[in-house]
Design a protein around this ligand. Structure first.
Ligand code: RNT
Ligand code: ZN
Length: 419
């Protein structure tokens, strides 16, 4: 499409929005402020860089598309490529298994991530962090922090303590908040004899990890969040870190939670949870995923649920205080495309939310006019978001429409196919 055509369409869209009381230029400015964290682990099927060989993985990745990243440099190059197709403000979400020095998981420091930090600084990306409590010889029958074995728990407690320090150091270096997320796969295929014991151990492990409080000043740069889950393949009967467990822990211990949109019953809506959870926890992070039937970690695409989530973030004025990141893994399509598709889907949905005539809809509710409220909600689904989207990409010199697919095909041919 010619730039003139895009500019003309933008002017027309701008008038449509202005008519509904929405300032498109202001929406684009707000868009630039909102970060989205990209999960580095989509690029190598959650393998990590430690060269641990054939260890059992607790994250189920399917597919055998060629070209997975094998080194930190390849992973960073792939992430750069994905970011070149997205107009968002970016963060990179790291796991401790992506350390590039050969230190054990329970003895890592921020220096083990120096390459990542230098690169992020140079490119202007923020960082988020997670200790990887999985895919490691010290996992004990799939258990880490809630293991019945003290030695196992102690090992992973050390990893958790390091992870908080690393996150704080990263946040300070980057000059912005680094979320420190804790997700553990601990659970059982069959019914436990005593659920309380596992959860008491998890409470104790978390208490030890969180023993040192952050100062007020440090809180700007770091936030601990706990990611609950309903179930996983192989642990269908019991997940120690359930949503209720972590919400209760977070609310009473001054930390936060991470809500992964794939981790709930399919009919449950995260959209409804933001206003229920946000007031009671110090930090909130979203892992945005697409679950098909279950926590299937499908590549995120647009839909009412994604736009609805962005709209709820806007209604609650949460963009500055709630973190957003992507989380899924698919090895059946090009891995860079898997990132780019979702970055663009998240970005477009975010833009659509920012452009929604929210005030008009809210005024209808306040005046008791529920007829108009519903009608407007539906009417606003077809406003010319795409004209604003194309304009946004044009101003940032990002491939528009199918040109982005061509760019990934070219990268695949030149770079990924050589691996
Ligand atoms: C797993 C969680 C978790 C992981 C990463 C690798 O169910 O969603 O966030 O995806 O830690
Ligand atoms: Zn997650």
């Amino acid at each position: 499409m010619k730039p003139e055509t895009i500019l003309k369409s933008y002017e027309a869209a701008k008038a449509v929005y202005a008519n509904l009381g929405v300032d498109t230029d202001a929406a684009l400015k707000t868009f630039d402020e909102i970060p989205m964290s990209l999960h580095c682990w989509q690029g190598d099927d959650v393998r990590g860089l430690e060269g641990l060989g054939d260890v059992e993985s607790q994250n189920l990745v399917t597919g055998s598309y060629p070209g997975a990243a094998r080194t930190g440099d390849e992973l960073r190059s792939d992430i750069d490529m994905a970011f070149s197709l997205s107009p968002l403000r970016h963060k990179v979400n790291l796991h401790s298994m992506y350390a590039e020095k050969k230190n054990p998981r329970n003895d890592l420091t921020v220096e083990d991530f120096r390459n990542w930090i230098d690169w992020a600084k140079e490119k202007g990306y923020g960082l988020d962090f997670n200790a990887s409590f999985f895919t490691h010889p010290m996992m004990n029958n799939g258990f880490s922090l809630a293991s019945l074995d003290k030695g196992t728990r102690d090992y992973w407690i050390e990893a958790g303590i390091d992870s908080r320090e690393i996150s704080l150091a990263m946040g300070k270096e980057m000059g912005q908040k680094c979320y420190n997320n804790i997700w553990i796969p601990d659970g059982l295929k069959d019914i436990p004899a005593n659920r309380f014991r596992y959860r008491e151990y998890l409470t104790d492990s978390l208490d030890k990890i969180m023993a040192k409080p952050y100062t007020e000043e440090e809180r700007q740069y770091v936030g601990d969040v706990l990611e609950g889950k309903l179930f996983g393949i192989g642990i269908e009967s019991f997940t120690v870190g359930s949503h209720e467990f972590y919400l209760g822990y977070a609310a009473t211990h001054g930390c936060g939670v991470c809500m992964d949109t794939g981790h709930y019953r399919p009919a449950e809506s995260i959209i409804d949870k933001l206003s229920s959870v946000r007031p009671f926890v110090s930090d909130l992070l979203l892992h945005i995923s697409r679950g098909v039937h279950w926590d299937s970690d499908h590549v995120l695409i647009q839909g009412d649920d994604l736009t609805g989530l962005m709209l709820e973030m806007k209604r609650g004025d949460l963009f500055s205080s709630v973190g957003m990141g992507l989380d899924y893994f698919d090895a059946s399509i090009n891995r860079v495309a898997a990132w780019a598709i979702s970055l663009r889907a998240a970005a477009k949905s975010l833009l659509a939310a920012l452009l929604e005539p929210t005030k008009l809809i809210d005024d209808a509710e306040l005046s008791g006019d529920f007829t108009s409220r519903l009608w407007l909600m539906d009417e606003c689904k077809n406003l010319p978001v795409n004209a604003v989207w194309d304009y946004l990409l044009l101003t940032k010199n990002i491939p528009i429409g199918t040109a982005a697919i061509d760019a990934v095909k070219d990268y695949e041919h030149r770079v990924q196919a050589m691996r």
